[in-house]
Design a binder for this molecule. Structure first.
Ligand code: PRX
Length: 582
């Protein structure tokens, strides 16, 4: 336990519904993934995420139940039932087939949170193509790297975001189609592009879903590594088994829940828990197109009577800044359960939930590669503030020592690992099998995180094993930022680190050395900032850029980000014996 933050008994924020996991230990003992398969509808062993999420409900008792309550950035509301979703996704599936997209091809999505993004996602899955979402705040460079790596054939986007695609289009030989969702924003679509409505409006509402099996590809999400280009973590259709199960048992869904996941589908939380978990469980999801604002968010909860809320630590810290009083000025009594993921949630954040909503916040942990939640603080269990909770019943997640042996002694730091074989485990890094294989050693999947376990099996996050930066829950590769910086003529070399930040956990900070003939000046720094924001977009561009004389390097020429960070933080510089300039 962290000093000053004792265990929160489960009686605080007493559940308004019986928890789906009444007894974690008993469920862990008796867990069988086959039981979850039984709850889904998998005729002849076929499984398709779109069928499990949409058609299964549309063809049954939930046909007229709202799947999505959508609130636009300017507060219009549109509601789509499961039956509406079936028709719309069938239309997209027919439209995509009509332009020749085939099973297994990669179709990218680059759009804000509008209904067509959701229709498209499931339309792609229905034809057996691979759905690869991109974050709309990416600049052209990260978009290009991702489409290129996956050899994407199609991008579905909006007029507002189209210029980012046009900027890189000639560098993407695999890209055959650019589909533009133009009917909301209006405007003409160029001859080189396809208007969404021109192919979707006339398409039939009937569609026979491609016969996909458990191991057929479904979704690809890009994630950042320390070196090299972003990695396309590819998942299969049976990942829905984990997403359904964790929706039921961790998100604790009941049929009458109104659920709100604040994550954008450009990131994995926005698909696994913004789409797959809630829809496969047949609950109603609120989707807000608008951005963060404390008042806006409380109004969303109040107006739509949200019961289950899944958000992120950075958002919670921003809500804390605006004060519990603002929360108390709204009627948030519909809420029964609040969760957070993506970065460490400070214990203050956990207990602040009680001050603001009479509910502690439940932290849980997973990653792009795991596809679904791996450990959690469950509704029926006391919360240990600062801990990510206990393993999901069907998953073996633990900490191991340097030899890969499970650490028996409580509170001892080790590598956080998972025993391979859970349904939503990624199956490859696209076109990079070697990197994928390197994550599996001694019979474990290595997550790249460091952690410890306490005597009762609660897992505590200690840090990452690599240089990947976690800014507001979004992983950023220092390599990607360094590459963009050195493309600027003034930059000779660049080293990029995550600098601790009170709200975003880390912000991207770049150190650069200048090419001959350039001198540091406010204009030059502004130009570098502009360069990064244009190429990388605001989600990836450095928040701070500093010019230095020499970058610390190993004798083999590798930039020592660790040392840059230690210097930035005024910490012990550790072992510098491999330094070039020591
Ligand atoms: O380092 C861990 C951190 O985010 C990483 C996963 O990021 P990503 O692949 O983008 O997946 C996002 C879906 C959650 C992890 O390896 N992380 C995630 N959740 C937590 C966390 N760090 C601390 N506490 C968490 N609850």
């Amino acid at each position: 336990m962290i000093e000053g933050y004792p265990e929160i008994p489960k009686t605080i924020g007493e559940l308004k519904a019986a928890p789906q996991i009444p007894d974690w230990s008993a469920m862990r003992e008796s867990w069988d993934w086959d039981d979850v398969w039984e709850e889904l509808d998998t005729p002849d062993g076929l499984i398709n995420k779109a069928y499990e999420c949409i058609d299964r409900h549309a063809d049954g008792a939930r046909a007229n139940k709202a799947a999505i309550i959508w609130q636009s950035a300017s507060n219009e509301i549109e509601t789509y039932t499961y039956s509406d979703m079936k028709k719309q996704t069938n239309k997209v599936a027919n439209a995509l087939k009509s332009i020749g997209i085939e099973k297994g091809e990669r179709v990218f999505l680059l759009a804000d949170r509008i209904p067509e993004l959701y229709f498209s996602c499931f339309g792609i899955l229905k034809i057996g193509a691979i759905m690869a979402p991109l974050f709309s705040a990416f600049g052209p460079e990260p978009i290009k790297d991702r489409i290129d790596r996956a050899e994407g054939c199609t991008v579905i986007t909006t007029p507002k975001l189209l210029p980012k695609i046009n900027a890189i289009r000639d560098q993407l030989p695999s890209l055959r189609n650019v589909i533009v969702i133009n009917h909301r924003e209006g405007g003409d679509v160029a001859d080189s592009d396809i208007s969404y409505s021109s192919i979707v409006d006339p398409a039939s509402e009937e569609f026979e879903i491609e016969k996909t099996g458990a191991e057929d590809w479904s979704v690809m999400h890009f994630t950042s590594g320390t070196t090299g280009l972003p990695k396309g973590a590819a998942h299969v259709h049976s990942a829905i088994v984990s997403q359904y199960a964790t929706g039921k048992y961790v998100l604790d869904f009941n049929d009458d829940d109104i659920y709100w996941c604040t994550a954008d589908p450009g990131w994995v939380t926005g698909t696994s828990y913004g789409m797959f978990a809630p829809f496969s469980n047949g609950v109603t999801s609120v989707i807000d197109e608008g951005g963060f604002g404390a008042k806006r968010w409380y109004e969303v909860v109040q107006n739509h009577k949200v019961t289950v809320w899944y958000t992120a630590p950075t958002a919670i810290r921003l809500l804390m800044r605006s004060g519990a009083k603002v929360a108390r000025e709204h009627d948030l009594s519909s809420l029964r359960y609040v969760m957070s993921v993506g970065e460490p949630l400070n214990p203050e954040g956990v207990v602040w939930g009680i001050e603001a909503f009479d509910l502690p916040i439940h932290d849980n942990w997973w990653q792009t590669e795991t596809g679904a939640i791996m450990c959690a603080n469950y509704p029926s269990m006391p919360i240990r503030p600062g801990s990510m909770g206990r393993p999901f019943p069907g998953v073996h997640v633990t900490v191991v020592d340097d030899e890969g042996n499970e650490i028996a002694e409580a509170e001892t730091e080790g590598a956080l690992v998972v025993k391979p074989g859970w349904p939503s485990q990624f199956r490859t890094y696209w076109n990079d099998q070697e990197r994928y294989d390197s994550r599996f050693i001694n019979g474990w999947y290595y997550t790249g995180d460091r952690a410890k376990m306490d005597a009762d099996g609660y897992i505590w996050f200690l840090g990452r094993d690599d240089d990947v930066i976690n800014t507001a829950g979004h992983l950023v590769s220092p390599f990607e930022v360094e590459s963009a910086l050195i493309e600027h003529e003034a930059v000779a070399e660049a080293g990029v680190i995550g600098k601790p930040d009170e709200v975003a956990m880390e912000v991207v900070k770049a150190f650069v050395t200048l090419s001959d003939g350039f001198e540091e000046s406010p204009e030059l720094l502004r130009a570098l900032n502009r360069h990064c924001r244009t190429r990388l977009g605001p989600a990836v561009a450095p928040r701070e850029i500093a010019v230095i004389d020499i970058l610390p390097k190993t004798r083999s020429g590798k930039i020592m980000r660790r040392l840059l960070k230690a210097r930035e933080l005024g910490l012990d510089e550790g072992d510098t014996s491999t330094l070039e300039d020591d």
